[in-house]
Design a protein around this ligand. Structure first.
Ligand SMILES: Cc1cc2nc3c(=O)[nH]c(=O)nc-3n(C[C@H](O)[C@H](O)[C@H](O)COP(=O)(O)O)c2cc1C
Length: 317
């Protein structure tokens, strides 16, 4: 086993990396330095959805190195959400300046901040003036529609004592299409005085090697969808060999643990099957025939049929 040299962070993925997922992941695989909790934010009428609130409860994250995240449209929302997290014992909080969905950015949240550097400066000034007993980090994209937006934002972020900046070099407009552009990250390095974490399209060991050729001193990486597809990725990125047989065994163990825990947590087979369907949208891509695997899962109309489908997938695909 080689020495662990890379720090791998699990990206927050709303609807996927919930606390059940994170706990099962940690038990079966591990290899993650920080698990980022999908964002906490206000819904309609200043309500926080129960499901989002459960994510941050300490009892749901007992053995995990977790970092919670807030998605906010103004200073008031930011301070309130931060206070909730501090009341729940968190000592480091991530600020979401990257969520690209129009439903979010139209409310001035997420990536919308990338076009408001002056307001961001004012808001962060107030945040740090309050002296909250917490560290703060940022997760951001390169811009809303222009991948040069980040430059003015970096100049603002340099004014504050941030823990680190996770940089996903795509614009919000790109959503998840095209490729994250590592050259934007290379350009960012001399502009940013905080440690930078690379995020975007890290799906394989060979891509890590390509990135390392460009970024030889980079050791902090965040990966999201790559881990959803094959959770052994974090171990492999650190040079730990996981052969085909072992990968399959681990995947089955992980699946079974998730299934068991969701069965205990969710009410009714409809919810359970919907949740497992969601899980398989990425997980199926680690099988030789993702399309067939997904088709079998989708057409399982009962838990009995689902269990038979899973046996078939692990045996044949
Ligand atoms: C379904 C989905 C949900 C996401 N939820 C969040 C979120 O709650 N907070 C956040 O900062 N980013 C969120 N992201 C973005 C990811 O954290 C990550 O930045 C992005 O997927 C790029 O990394 P990857 O290429 O390794 O997946 C989400 C992405 C997806 C696809």
């Amino acid at each position: 086993m080689t020495q662990k040299t890379e720090h791998i962070y699990q990206a927050p993925l709303q609807g996927f990396t919930d606390f059940t997922y994170r706990n099962a992941f940690h038990e079966v695989y591990g290899g993650i330095s920080k698990y980022f909790i999908p964002y906490l934010s206000y819904g309609k009428g200043k309500e926080i959805k129960k499901s989002l609130f459960k994510e941050i409860l300490p009892e749901n994250n007992k053995a995990l190195p977790v970092i919670p995240q807030v998605l906010f449209s103004d200073a008031t929302e930011l301070f309130e959400l931060v206070s909730i997290l501090i009341d729940n014992g968190y000592k480091e909080i991530n600020l979401n300046l990257g969520c690209p969905y129009p439903m979010v950015t139209n409310k001035g949240r997420g990536a919308a901040w990338l076009e408001k550097p002056a307001l961001l400066n004012e808001t962060l000034g107030e945040l740090f003036a309050k002296g909250f007993p917490s560290k703060f980090s940022v997760k951001m994209r390169a811009g809303m529609t222009n991948d040069q937006d980040a430059q003015a934002v970096f100049a603002v972020l340099n004014q504050f004592p941030l823990e680190e900046i996770i940089f996903h070099p795509r614009t919000a407009k790109q959503m998840y299409t095209g490729k994250a552009d590592p050259s934007l990250f290379v350009e960012a390095l001399p502009q940013v005085k905080h440690p930078l974490v690379y995020n975007g399209d890290l799906f394989s060991v060979s891509y890590l090697q390509e990135l390392k050729a460009l970024l030889p001193n980079q050791h902090n990486w965040m990966t999201g969808r790559g881990l959803l597809i094959d959770p052994s990725l974090a171990l492999r990125l650190n040079g730990i060999e996981v052969d085909e047989k072992m990968r399959k065994q681990k995947k089955k163990e992980f699946h079974d643990q998730l299934f068991e825990q969701y069965s205990e947590r969710l009410q009714g087979s409809g919810h359970l099957l919907a949740r497992m369907n969601q899980f398989w949208t990425y997980f199926s891509e680690s099988f030789e025939n993702p399309h067939k695997a997904m088709k079998l899962v989708k057409k399982s109309s009962s838990v009995l049929k689902y269990n038979a489908a899973v046996v078939e997938i692990f045996r044949s695909f």
